[in-house]
Design a protein around this ligand. Structure first.
Ligand code: ATP
Length: 346
């Protein structure tokens, strides 16, 4: 076993400020597990996640499809019941306030208002026939009272904030008249309507081509700086996360398996899965270049192997990796890894 600290004695931090200095937590997630109701009973999709986000911090969450990124995000905004899910254990503290077990009425005062959310495929969720201005007005007035002149001014301000050219005209246009990139900017504007302190973006650039994607990522970087807000961004692609986030957290089969400063992880990933993920990332400079893919498939939910969940695909697996439980995260300086061989690799 490595001599790293266990997650019981210390908390992996996803929040160092880029210079490695930890700050007070905006969000602190401790031992959070999420289960979904299925016909066979409850199935765990997120297993004992521990991480924090500081005010103005930016945490990227990377992992293959099905690793639990979206379900974790949904736990943070209290929408799991819509998917037949719930937090089965652990604590989510938002500015010191416990969110686990919060009644829906109280979630409504946090979701959208304090924590903004841009869901996956959100561009498609825009109403195709309702003018953009009307849709943003709904987000601005938050259903509380009739939209007034102040709200209308805020709609324009939001469109300008997300750098939409011809903002005044766009107010009267429909989503169908806008390009994919402009639609995504509108969705981000809606998520910012109540000035949240944390913006969670789930795969915000997946459906966009490379140039448009770069523009959206640049916007997120600038908004974070201008508004002094924190960001949590999920992606399959470490290159996307690298553009926006100081820190990165890798998930595999429901488990958080590595956390560290993005630059350090990029230079020397501690977990073989993060390393493999980097090898298979899309080469933005040469998209036609053949991708290195990770052999095999991730285990399906509910069919996780004993021991480390990555061992069937891991080039470094030894007998000890195949037995017992999924290894807990251990600390290695400012970094965290759930691989029992991390010390040997260092
Ligand atoms: N709407 C849903 N209903 C039932 N099960 C779901 C739903 N969405 C996700 N799941 C299951 O929850 C598990 C975690 O999925 P999740 O969507 O959180 O992964 P992800 O890492 O976000 O993947 P992707 O990048 O494809 O969105 C998977 O086993 C998936 O099959």
């Amino acid at each position: 076993m490595p001599s790293g600290l266990s997650t019981e004695s210390a908390q992996p931090r996803g929040d160092a400020d880029g210079a490695g200095r930890p700050a007070d937590d905006l969000l602190a997630v401790s031992g959070v597990s999420v289960a979904l109701r299925r016909r066979v009973g409850e199935v765990m999709v997120v297993d004992t996640a521990n991480f924090t986000i500081a005010p103005n911090g930016a945490l990227g969450v990377v992992g293959e499809s099905g690793s639990g990124k979206s379900m974790l995000s949904r736990a943070l905004i209290g929408t799991l019941p819509r998917y037949g899910g719930r937090v089965t254990r652990g604590s989510i503290r938002w500015q010191g306030r416990e969110l686990v077990g919060l009644p829906e009425k109280e979630w409504r005062t946090i979701r959208g208002t304090e924590i903004g959310y841009v869901p996956q495929s959100s561009m498609a969720s825009l109403n195709p026939i309702l003018p953009i201005g009307e849709q943003l007005l709904e987000a601005v007035s938050n259903g509380r009272r009739r939209a007034d002149a102040e709200h209308r001014a805020r709609v324009l301000e939001l469109l300008e904030l997300v750098r939409i050219p011809r903002a005044k005209q766009v107010i009267g246009e429909t989503a169908g008249q806008l390009s994919g990139g402009m639609r995504q900017r509108v969705v981000i504007a809606a998520a910012l309507a109540q000035r949240p302190k944390l913006l969670i973006l789930d795969e915000p650039t997946t459906a966009l081509d490379v140039t448009v994607q770069a523009g959206i990522l640049k916007l997120i970087v600038e908004l974070r700086r201008e508004l002094g807000m924190a960001v949590m961004l999920t992606s399959h692609d470490l290159a996307v996360i690298e553009t926006v986030c100081d820190n990165v957290m890798t998930m595999y089969a429901g488990a958080v398996i590595e956390i560290g400063a993005t630059g350090a992880v990029r230079q020397q990933p501690l977990h073989p899965y993060t390393k493999a993920l980097m090898g298979s990332r899309v080469d933005q400079a040469d998209p036609a270049k053949e991708l290195l893919t990770i052999p095999g498939e991730p285990p399906t939910t509910g069919n996780w192997p004993t021991g480390c969940r990555f061992w069937p695909r891991c080039p470094s697996a030894i007998d000890a990796c195949r037995v017992g439980e999924q290894p807990a995260m251990g600390a290695y300086g400012e970094r965290w890894s759930a691989c029992i061989r991390t010390e040997e690799f260092l």
